[in-house]
Every structure is written in C-alpha cells, then in structure tokens.
Design a protein around this ligand. Sequence first.
Ligand code: AMP
Length: 506
Amino acid sequence: MADDRAGKMLATGEPRHPRAPQLIKDRDGEDRLHEECGVFGILGHPEAAAFSALGLHALQHRGQEAAGIVTYDDQQFHIERRLGLVGDNFSKPEVIGHLKGSIAAGHVRYSTTGETILRNVQPLFADLGTGGFAVAHNGNLTNGTTLRRQLVKDGSIFQSTTDTEVVLHLISRSQKRRIVERLVEALRQLEGSYAFVCVTNDMLIGARDPVGIRPLVIGRLGDAWVLASETCALDIVGAQFVREVENGEVVTITQEGGLESHRPFPMRPARPCIFEYIYFARPDSVVGGRSVYEIRKRMGAELARETPCSADVIVPIPDSGVPAAIGYAQISGVPFELGIIRNQYVGRTFIEPEQKIRALGVKLKHSANQAVVRDRRIVLIDDSIVRGTTSKKIVAMMYEAGAREVHMRIACPEIKYGDYYGIDTPDRKQLISANMNAEEIRREIGATSLAFLTVDGLYRAMGSERRDPLSPQFSDHCFTGDYPTDLTDLNGGGTGAQLSLLTEVG
Ligand code: AMP
C-alpha cells in the first residue's frame, strides 16, 4: 500500500549492549546443534509491545541469543533490539514503554556463528519508498548468498550479515506499487525456508515458503490479530488459534480489511520440518494439527515396538527425552523413573565457565539419581543424537551411579545429513551418524545396546502409514538426505567473497 508517511525509526536499543556474546553457548551450555528462531506479530492491540514480549518469551526455546520488537504508533516506528533473553530485556518498563503503538513484530534468534552482532538482530527495518517496513524471519535462505552477491554488484549496501536483509533489498527494488506485490516479487526470488512476520504502518503480514518448512500460526485476541511461530505463543497472550498460515501463502491483515490471503505460488504439497516435532517446538504447542507432546510420546511408543528391551526402568534424559520415555514405558510396561535430575538453574544462556569447571561437563546440568539407577538395567531415552556428546557423558554417569546395563534408545532416526533451513546442524564431519554405524556409535558412547527409531517408525508416529518416497510428507532431509528445495549457495551459486559473511540464520 502506498504511503507518504515514510516511517521514521528510533533505534534506541543499539548503544546499550556491552555483553560479550561469544561466551554464550546454546541453550544447555553445550556447543551442539543450534536453535532456530521464533517470530511474533500483533495488530490492533493497544499493548502490542507488551504482548509481543510475552509471545517472544513463550518462544524463547527457539533462540536465546537476542530478541527484538518493532512497533508503529501512527506517527513513527520504534525499535528495540537486544542481546540476551526476552525476560531480561523486555520486562523493563523503560524498554516496553518506548515501544508505543498497536502494531508490532518481534523476533527471538539464535545465530549460527559464535557471536551475534547487534545489527543482525531482528526485526530488520527499512524505510522504503512505500513507507517503513520491518521483517522478522524464521528460517534460512539457501540462495541468500547468491542473491546478495548480485544485489551488491548492482549497488546495494548491506547493513547486516543476515540473509534476511536480502528480502528488504528485493522489496526496495521492486517496481510494483503495493507493498504486498513488492513482497511477493521478492518472495518469488527466494529459495529455502521462511516464516516471515512483517509490519508496515498499517499492516501485519505473514508468509510461509512454498513447502512450509518453518511453522507460522494465526490467532485472534478480541479484535486484535496475532501471528506466531507456535501456538504456545498464542496461549500465553490468551489468543485463540484460528489456523496456520499455509505453505506458499501470504496473509495481509489490516484493521479495516481483516485478513486477506494471497497465493502467489503454484500449489504444492506441504513439507513441514519434522524436527519441529522431534525437538524444536515446545511440547505444549500444536503444530500442523498435532500435539507436539502426543507425537513425542508416540515416537517413544514406536521405538518400544521396534526395539523392545529387557530392563528394570525407563529413564529419560531431561528434558528432551521425557515425552518419548513416557511413550516407551507405556508400551513396554517397564516403569518410568527419573533416574537423571536436571539442574534447572543452568541457564539457557549459560556462560562458559573456566575450562577446569567445564571439564565436569554434563554434571553441571544433569546428575544421576542413584536411588533409581543403582543395580538396575536401565533404558535411557533421548530425542536425538547429534554429535554423541550428551549420550556419551550420560551413559558414563549412569555406570558411575551403579547401573548394571545401559540400553540407549533414540526417538528419531540417525541424523546423517546437514540442515540448511535454519536448524544449523553441524557439518557432516561432526554428525556422529554420518560417520559411524549404530554399532560403532554404541561402542563410542559405551552403551550396552543402542537403537534408533526408523524413518517409517517416525512417520507412523506422525500418523502416516509410511514415508512416501515420491512425495515425502515432511522435510526429513536430516535422516534421508532428500532436501525439499534447491541448495543454490551450497552447490556453488553463492561461492565468492561474500560467502563467509553469510553465516547467520533467522
Ligand atoms: P549431541 O550431544 O550433540 O549428540 O546432541 C544431542 C542432544 O542435543 C539431545 O539431548 C537433544 O535433545 C539435543 N538437541 C537436539 N537438537 C538440538 C538443537 N537444535 N539445539 C540444541 N540441542 C539439541
């Protein structure tokens, strides 16, 4: 929509951030597979910023390094972007008080590099010919480097190193009149995964990539509209779930016109990311009409059917293995017990201690509950093995606590392939299952036995009879190597000087 009142941005967040981000490890204080990002948007609510902060807080599991909120108050845009947790930054009255207006977009992020630069923290904002425009991105473009290189060649000056900025440049260059047409023209050039939440001075916009890799839901809160990565963010603000933004759909929402749906892409079957169910999404969220908690239990149940085990107790690795362990215990009839206790105070932005202390490793976070473990044959359940670090430490801890046998069961298949859509798995060299078979891994982690859920078992847990190899129902490339989009940058389209810059995902 044309707009003469080009938004003015007040960027008050930037100078206030001295914290050293390179010390922040992933949510468990371990250098492992990293998180994605979470997005939130709201239109038509007088406390848009406070509600966005609440929504982002509920999405904090999707990224803990930084958070940002942009609002518009009928005169100008306001932006706060901070390193650190939502609760530490956006509970302060001076921060929220500054974010005036009834329309907002927010973002929590995890960057894939060791450091986060404040100018990469989203939402990103630009003053376009059509007015102010803010974008929050969950996902990762697989042709971001290629597009960026072309844009730079054509004269664009980039402010950040995130692939999301490409979108702003593409919109800016579009010759179309209305903002939604400009956005669509930009989207047509993107490859990879995206769930976008954007705001203009009078519009909230949501968009999902053509196969819907990353999730995005629509909610209503009285007369207000909400967009969020997961339903848990609707729940926290008391919004009612309306529906998901569908794959390849763009929704524009205005106060006067309500929600309009646009379908700029040819219809394709959706392929949402199966890892949302395995690990990312919060268990109380409903993704694609399925309760994440129930699906995780079913993964555990399928695992019990596929690889039963004579044992005395089922022990989850907390918190990731808990629902699957409940499912495993229910099918096997073996009692579920808390044989590992998690220290709740190892923060999600755990600051790396001295090496000497760090060598104590997993004990900082987990401790064995001897009352359960001693002299028992235990089945240890976790949701996934990435590098094998956690399993190895925990198996050893179980033996130290007196376990007689430690049978490891993993409620997802072997992760053999990297992810380029925002999960940021380590490269294949570091994925233990890309380099060892199950027996070799068993020996490496020191378990009595080891088994993974099969791909078909995973699909059964999702409610399908089996994986359809011709048209897979989910993005499951981590297990199968079957990527849902082209990988232009990876395949050479984006090699060159800029490649090293583009290591950030949304
Ligand atoms: P690793 O120790 O490298 O084998 O990682 C496996 C552990 O990482 C399991 O306990 C998982 O719950 C957890 N995990 C899986 N995906 C992620 C992720 N994206 N970020 C952080 N931890 C993860």
